[in-house]
Design a protein around this ligand. Structure first.
Ligand code: FAD
Length: 389
């Protein structure tokens, strides 16, 4: 795929979509990739600086309402943007960016008040604020409804108590889009989504968590001790937060798909480059049919994933519910990228294990995609449930 416009880009994307694509690609090549090794090493990318630049170029609000600084564009533009993020040579940063665009802000856009949009959405689109999504807790990951953080109404404020685990952008965020329990009643109507400014008294950021992969993105545990948040920071209706978050998850899960697909292709391409050069038993490794076939299998699966993504985009554009298809694509994408990264690392031989070889980073980063944003097992559960099993 490299730098050429391929058939799908010509069929599904207009010239205007591809202009955005090229602008993002250019940004990734000039403003991100030259620095990722340094950022990976330090364990975080300087998001405030980076998002400011991305905000100025209009990358952080592609679909959002121009009233709040967004571009008001369609899902194909968003897809082109997300596909290009897959060229970032550290996937953790693609995740950190999509936290801002597709995880911490969609519910504000869809259900938030004018005040929340003016204060937080606008700032997130402009790159003036870094957002994070705070749902998971040490006792509640796959089972979101098991969360224990409470937001107790006290006149015109909520008092928030509890803690959140594995929060991406957690050490740099200016606000958390946080899901908390606002009632003890059983069922799904006991939760609210609340925008919590990160500088309020009572908030403590725990240590930055050390991880196997996606090391360029900072992940933290956050503690809330009687944090008083104005009621006007609640997104939508009290008690409906769980429902809003389930919808927000669809934006989150979708955002992971196009960049994962691009990354799979990049992993194959860099491996082909390597095995063209690597001579074993007197010939370049690419001459081995068994390896070429393996590569062809992966390319076939990558193309299947890509076409499923485009099908999802068409469904989104038609206003259809895409929960089933997004869950299927998320399941495929997570498994495919670690299969491809593992197989490609194998083709690198001993060099594949070296930290200096980019394939080793892909291998480590790929693992998280079957866990973050809902695990493979959760995706299977969603699909089976929709099918009525
Ligand atoms: C790097 C990273 C970044 C993250 N960023 C964020 C973030 O920004 N914000 C946020 O809120 N969360 C974030 N998360 C949390 C992530 O969403 C959760 O880790 C994920 O949802 C799984 O939850 P868990 O870790 O508690 O696993 P658990 O729920 O404890 O699951 C453990 C295992 O049991 C399996 N399992 C669960 N239910 C079933 C079932 N019904 N049948 C069979 N198997 C089952 C799971 O699939 C998994 O394999 C992040 C996680 C990571 C690793």
């Amino acid at each position: 795929m490299g730098n050429r416009l391929d058939t799908s880009e010509q069929i599904y994307f207009t010239k205007d979509h591809n202009m955005v694509r090229r602008a993002v690609r250019d940004f990734v090549n000039k403003e991100i990739n030259p620095f990722v090794d340094e950022w990976e090493e330090q364990g975080y990318a300087p998001l405030k600086k980076l998002f400011k630049k991305m905000g100025e170029l209009g990358f952080l609000g592609i679909r959002y309402d121009p009233k709040y600084g967004g571009q008001g564009l369609d899902y194909w533009y968003e897809t082109a943007f997300l596909e290009e993020l897959g060229h970032i040579k550290a996937l953790g940063l693609a995740v950190a960016i999509t936290v801002q665009t597709n995880m911490a802000t969609p519910a504000i856009d869809e259900f938030g008040s004018d005040f929340l949009k003016e204060t937080y959405l606008k700032a997130a689109i402009k790159g003036d604020m870094v957002g994070a999504i705070a749902v998971t807790e040490s006792g509640a990951g796959s089972d979101v409804a098991a969360l224990a953080t409470t937001a107790k109404r006290e006149k015109d404020h909520y008092a928030i108590n509890g803690s959140k685990m594995f929060i991406t952008n957690g050490t740099q965020a200016d606000f958390y889009t946080l899901l908390a329990r606002t009632s003890d009643d059983p069922g799904y109507h006991s939760f609210s989504l609340i925008v919590v400014p990160a500088d309020l008294p009572g908030i403590t950021i725990g240590r930055k968590l050390d991880k196997l992969g996606v090391r360029i993105s900072d992940t933290a545990e956050i503690f809330f001790d009687n944090v008083m948040v104005p009621v006007e920071n609640r997104i939508g209706a009290e008690g409906e937060g769980f429902i809003y978050q389930m919808k927000q998850f669809q934006h989150e899960r979708f955002s992971l798909l196009p960049f994962t697909c691009t990354a799979c292709r990049d992993i194959v391409d860099l491996t082909v480059e390597y095995i063209r050069e690597r001579v074993v038993f007197g010939k370049p490794l690419i001459k081995k049919q068994v390896l070429r076939h393996r590569l062809a299998d992966w390319l076939t699966e990558i193309e299947c994933l890509r076409q499923l993504i485009y099908h999802i985009v068409r469904m989104k554009e038609a206003g259809l519910d895409v929960t089933r298809e997004i869950s299927m694509a998320k399941l495929v994408a997570g498994q495919l990228i670690h299969k491809v990264a593992d197989g490609c690392l194998q083709m690198h031989g001993g060099m594949g294990l070296m930290s200096e070889a980019i394939i080793s980073r892909y291998y480590r980063d790929a693992r998280g995609l079957s866990i973050g944003g809902g695990t493979d097992e959760v995706m299977r559960d969603v699909i089976a449930k929709i099918e009525g099993y």
